[in-house]
Design a protein around this ligand. Sequence first.
Ligand code: NAD
Length: 473
Amino acid sequence: MKKKNEPSFYESVQRNFDRAASHTKIPSGLLAQIKECNAVYQIRFPVKIGANYEVIEAYRVQHSHHRAPTKGGIRYSRKVTQEEVMALAALMSYKCAIVDVPFGGAKGGVKISPREYSTAQLEKITRRYTTELVRKNFIGPGIDVPAPDYGTGSREMAWILDTYMVFKGGEIDAAGCVTGKPVAQSGIRGREEATGRGVFYGIREVVNDAELMNSVGLEVGLEGKTMAVQGLGNVGYHTAKISSEEGGVKVISVAEYEGAIYNKSGIDIEKLHRHRARTGSIMDFPGAKNLEQRKATLEVRCDILVPAALENQIKKSNANRIKAKVIAEAANGPVTADAEEMLLKKGVIIIPDMYINAGGVTVSYFEWLKNLSHMRFGRLEKRFDQNTYLNLVNLVERQTGKSIKEREKTVLARGADEIDLVRSGLEETMVTAYGQIREIMHRKKDVKDLRTAAFVNALGKIASDYINLGVFP
Ligand code: NAD
């Protein structure tokens, strides 16, 4: 709920846009075109729940048609409003531009709390929502391609695909109408973890940046850094798990819907995940202490804070109590524009949502390409590469006269599977995008924060698309 004097999520996005726009030479008419949402579809549809009919409120917003298709997740939450979906759709346009994913931005929202419905009821709602999108031409592999977001996952995406196929089964590329599908239903390996893995790669870039680490008095490198995570859903869970397992990060606090826990020696995320699956709660996790309020996680002393739940979590009222040196916006819009001003003054590094959580849409793009090509990545080259590497290993063995163990040979001569290629493509994307953002900060001395630099990058790319289309001279 919007508190008095706090900017709404949409207002924060628009304010950040204006701040970045002042650092560009993009003409004002073009800026106005980029800023506005191009199409807003507001839907009300009836669904029979038990003995009664419920009228469900839902949205699909296409923010920018400078590229086709448009792309963005579907959120299921009681808090969904048209403004929220508009803010999320706008962020998608900037996000896609930052990671060079050739889509316009979009977002969907259904105003329901999934916890309050049975699986069968959720399926009914999802299928009806999809039908409404098909009816108004708001979905299709070349039109608008949804994906998971807060409150939805691969199960909902499978229902969307199946419903779309009922209407458009004859379309050869129909599977590309939605991403984040189960692997067995035209999905791609690595999509489930993609946003969290992207967050991990992005944080790694920032903590390996000596200039930035110097500015907050932290050592360069991930190993041993402390992290607090708000939200152990898709994004928070994978971020925490990969950061600790692959980056040597110590996750000292986790917050979920039901509360928060703390352990200064570190929390084993996989064990915590299993504990929650078993008990229905993260509370009373062995070795950790329960915190009094779930929002306490945001305020623990740590190197890296990862808000991975919802927008407007760090605001004017609590910004002064934040003790983290780095905030990685895994969620969309967790820091309000007012709070950001206060935190930047304190020297906190904020890694903006539109960069740090772009891993999901990046791998969604790979999934869409896979659907259009009708072939798994790696199928053509895997065996060829494997044989070439094996020949090389055998040659080294012959030339040196030293034998290489069979197990080592298998590792050295392995051809890439789909998951290897997806992770490699994701890592490359996050590293390249970070380089572009930092290059802007180095070139434009008055751009001093990562969000403004990321925005300037996005605006430049979208503006040049419009100019190339001949829409603006
Ligand atoms: P999710 O539904 O899988 O998980 C969110 C979790 O946050 C839930 O477990 C929920 O119980 C918890 N939560 C809600 N309010 C909380 C609070 N006040 N304190 C602690 N925990 C709370 O959703 P998700 O897909 O992980 O999305 C989370 C955020 O990441 C959203 O802002 C979403 O827009 C953004 N995001 C998601 C993706 C994606 O691929 N899923 C991609 C980019 C950005």
